[in-house]
Design a protein around this ligand. Structure first.
Ligand code: HGY
Ligand code: MN
Ligand code: MN
Length: 443
């Protein structure tokens, strides 16, 4: 949405803002605030099946404007940076000091859940409102980021808003095509108000040293904390990944009745054999204690030509391997290519790969991890340190040199699906830890 229209939309009060502003008279309740804000975000982003807040699209922008409206109504400073990330600040008494930041992303996968990303933004907003209403200004400015483009689902690239912050968004990725419209990402970023020339030039929007600490609250998105009956988790490290959005297997189409097995070049059977070989390597390496997960999230024959009576000449799939160890990622990627050559020779097919996309693993800052564990102990909140299987913007902040830490909130039914759920009690417990961490680190 062009900047002018967006500002005009900002001026127009959002219904949710009025409902929130009424809380201004009473003592602030994170619970009531969160219930209302999640309700509004879901209402504006529901796609009939689940939540869709498209990266650098209307849904993400609408959610940002809603959050910005609440922040303005609470007297916080609101701006958009050159990547069109939303930046909300509670000024500290000494604005020359590096800020204490928090935040997460506001985009979602298609037909996803309402809490992936948004939970971190809502918790950060609740913390800034509480800090402001306390009337006790902190020494350091406290900043909340509602980041753009964390999800890879829309353009096959991830961490767009956070990588752009540090001048690390690969310029070629501006050409990445939207999954539905096939228009390039650069057009969407431009329409959202980003300075694409600055991003293309690899110019940093901020100096990592200008941030003393970055905290991200996020739902776990997995089953571990439910299984361990843990409401809160403190993240020690974030898995990195190597991804290919488009791996093509080409064989030879043919009549399913007329071609005997020994003359076939069947792309489906070749792909199936490749994946079962890869799965066996995965099983063995796990047995040896390596941290590893492997997924072929997209797999298809061409619907324009496939048929029951036709030997498939081509399959397309995505491929993703994740680990906390970059050596493991590299070794497994090498194994994949080796197996492609072996299956290709055996079945007379050819596997071709698009550009690989790497996201580095990240370690969380040990001092901040300990601070969060101490805060949980002080608040009487059960918690444990644990690794993150999912990727998060905190990995980008950490790898850019910003001391970073994450607060995991238990959530039900996993994530990246419309059944994603979260208990508001668990959210409030996490939001309290975040509030304490910001208050303590900013003074
Ligand atoms: O894919 C991820 O790990 C993140 O949830 N976008
Ligand atoms: Mn997320
Ligand atoms: Mn996600």
């Amino acid at each position: 949405m062009p900047a002018a229209r967006r500002d005009e939309a900002l001026a127009k009060p959002q219904t949710g803002v009025h409902a929130i502003a009424e809380h201004r008279g009473e003592p602030f309740s994170s619970r009531a605030f969160a219930v209302e804000t999640f309700r509004q975000l879901a209402a504006m982003s529901h796609d009939g099946v689940g939540i869709s807040r498209a990266t650098y699209g209307e849904g993400e922008t609408r959610a940002m404007e809603y959050v910005a409206g609440i922040a303005r109504a609470e007297g916080l400073e609101v701006s958009y940076d050159a990547a069109a990330n939303l930046v909300i600040e509670l000024p500290g008494s000494d604005r020359t000091l590096p800020v204490v930041a928090c935040g997460s992303h506001l985009d979602s996968v298609p037909q996803g859940g309402n809490f992936d990303g948004a939970a971190g933004v809502v918790a950060g907003l609740a913390a800034l409102i509480r800090l402001k209403r306390s009337g006790r200004p902190s020494t350091r400015t406290v900043r909340l980021y509602a980041l753009r483009g964390e999800e890879s689902a829309w353009f096959g690239r991830c961490y767009m808003g956070s990588l752009s912050l540090f001048g690390r968004f690969p310029r070629d990725d501006l050409k990445a095509e939207h999954r539905d419209t096939h228009r390039p990402l650069r057009e969407y970023m431009q329409e959202a108000g980003a300075d694409v020339d600055l991003i293309e030039a690899g110019e940093a929007i901020i100096d990592p040293k200008s941030i003393a600490a970055f905290f991200e609250l996020h739902i776990e998105q997995g089953p571990v904390m439910v299984a361990r009956d843990l409401p809160i988790g403190i993240v020690t490290g974030i898995r990195g990944n190597i991804r290919h959005q488009n791996v093509v297997c080409r064989g030879e189409a043919g009549h399913s009745g007329a071609v005997p097995r020994w003359l076939r070049r069947d792309a489906v059977f070749a792909t199936a054999e490749l994946l079962s070989r890869v799965d066996e390597h995965w099983r063995v390496l796990m047995e040896r204690g390596l941290d590893l997960v492997v997924t072929a999230g997209i797999l298809s024959t061409n619907p324009a030509e496939h048929a029951m009576s036709r030997i498939p000449g081509e399959t397309r799939m995505s491929f993703e391997v994740r680990s906390q160890s970059f050596e493991t990622l590299e070794a497994f990627h090498h194994l994949l290519l080796t197996e492609c050559r072996a299956v290709g020779a055996a079945r007379k097919v050819e596997f071709t790969f698009d550009r690989r996309i790497d996201s580095k693993p990240a370690r969380m800052d040990e001092k901040l991890v300990q601070r969060l564990l101490d805060i949980c102990a002080r608040l009487g909140t059960p918690t444990e340190p644990l690794p993150s299987g999912a990727g998060h913007d905190s990995a980008v902040f950490a790898n850019a040199g910003v001391p970073s830490a994450m607060i995991f909130v238990r959530n039900q039914n996993g994530s990246h699906n419309p059944r994603e759920a979260m208990e508001i009690d668990d959210f409030v417990a996490g939001a309290d830890v975040l509030h304490e961490a910001l208050r303590e680190t900013a003074n």
